[in-house]
Unconditional design. Sequence first.
Length: 698
Amino acid sequence: MEQGVRTLCPYCGVGCGLEVIGNKIRGDRAHPSSLGMVCVKGATVLEAIDRDRLLYPLYRQNLADSFERISWDLAFELITNRIRSVLATTGADSICLYGSGQWQTEDYYVAQKLIKGCLGTNNFDTNSRLCMSSAVSAYMGSLGSDGPPCIYEDLELTDCAFFIGTNTAECHPIVFNRFRQYHKKHPHVKSIVVDPRRTPTAEVADLHLAIRPGSDIYLLHGIAHLLIQWNCIDRSFITEHTTGFDEYQSIVEQYTPQRVADHCGIREEELIQTAKWWTEAKAVLSLWSMGINQSREGTAKARSLINLHLLTGQIGKPGAGPFSLTGQPNAMGGRETGGLAHLLPGYRQVVNPEHRQAVEDHWQLARGSISPQVGRKAWQVVEGLETGSVQMLWIAATNPLVSLPNLERTKQALLNSPFTVYQDSYFPTETSPYAHLVLPCAQWGEKTGTMTNSERRITLCQAFRSPPGEAKPDWEIFAEVGRRLGFTKQFAFTDSAAVFAEFVQLTKDRLCDLSGISHARLARLGPIQWPCTEDCTDAEALQEKRLYTDHQFLTPDRRAHFYTGDALGVAELPDAEYPLILTNGRLYGHWHTQTRTGRIPKINKMHPEPFLVVHPDDAKRYGIGEGAIVVVQSRRGSARLPVQISDGIKAGTVFMPMHWGALWHESAEVNSLTHPIACPISGQPELKACAVRVIPVA
Ligand code: SF4
């Protein structure tokens, strides 16, 4: 069979291998994560590669002006002049970079070095703040470090899969396919899905718990209550490897089955059945994504889920563990390189002086170059634009004018920005009207680099074509800015392999040790999971690797810590004025803000328009018929779209997909309705639930 160029799907964090042969694409059968499978997004991705590409830098002095084509030389001059003038006046804290889980690891690393190292501000956040940051905080809080302990093989070794806050069938289809094929063949294996909607994931579950939005911690504490009451817990694991059990026990004692069932809106028998399956299974695997993370108590939710694994010793063994599924193709690589405002490369933290020094030394920068202050998180950037304390905003490979909460406020804030640089492959997007300087970048397939998927597996994504027009890889843009600011030694990279080689040295002896991985080794061996130490043999590099198999965690006392807090629930409760809870999510075919998939006819045909799902009882109460146009209003904004009536959603809850920004529909922006209230630990906004009312259009 003809061999193609091997790469990775640039959409979700499943990280399916792809093979490109000429202008055709297929699943890479040799890729251990996906075994040749792809969903419709991966199968059609080439169809968007030449549509509406941004080819040249564009500039305008004022947002009211039209863009004009400029040279790269002038673009770099505009950026470096602005950086110098901001540094000389309001200081480094007035500069912010907002990046993306779409980046390759090399892009992340060079941007990181420029902003945190050379400019001395940690105002470097990414769209992972909206996506994964609660999972990061939860792993760090409970296990002492970020890093999902599980691997995909666990999907085929578990006795019970507990899906909570994840519509895996649509959002992570190939992970779901792997589990589903195994589930069908093994009748003893149980699948439990926790979701207010009867999603395609829930349709094929053995038990669907349609809880009220925001009642997750009640449910999780309620399961723990029963496990402790039945004495179905692993006491020796708890004694030898955890702390905080007594306090946790005294909290979950309050979560009696009746109280939990009433609060969650489920039957007591359903709760008992769930707890029974947890106890009967030799191996329990829990999977979660945005339904848990995107919440003002996202960290507490994820930690309450990890608690169940600590209670039962279901971690660090085949088929078991708490598994966070990543949203974006390289959200994991971003975490490894320190791509959030509180992180540094190698799972280090900006507040730790030893961590800062290690990175400064590696970057050949003077001690003290990296600020000890946590930088502005995504929403704090918006607030900084409102107050004028942000004087330069650089956005790359993401579309915040669809994805940030409270869009009207976000738009007003962006209009207040004195200088916004926007780097993307496509033009226009919903964000480009808010930019002064627009830079064309090479996308996936036009640059060679690496990405890490949800199971910690790194794939070399090889370029299979040249960038169109004058587009450049993101890392080259950041490196050139660094050199022009005088940091020639720090940005003397000859290619992306050299960038990666420098980065992996910073991971040596860390949990995410990648020091045995290089572009050349990935090209020779194929994808490799971390940890992969410098001295590991090829056979060791290719082994499947779970974390914490010795139950030695990364906390100072080497024990995992129980989370000991109560449930808070959703931040904005329904009331007489706004009586419904709006939730939202992805559809199978579309990807996030449609920058690619909106340009693919087959996917548009599959999902031609946005819609609002309403329960029949609510439809009756508000006099709404199937297909009727309604206005959905929250305290912050509104949307106008057609209704689908379905008993597959909990009464009192409505659902709309998240994909339609202003470019694709006149009024269906979910985030015009959401609010920015965030988890105090992770800073992740509660994007999944807000109070709304629905008004039929006469
Ligand atoms: Fe791409 Fe995710 Fe689909 Fe795999 S499951 S083909 S990574 S979108």
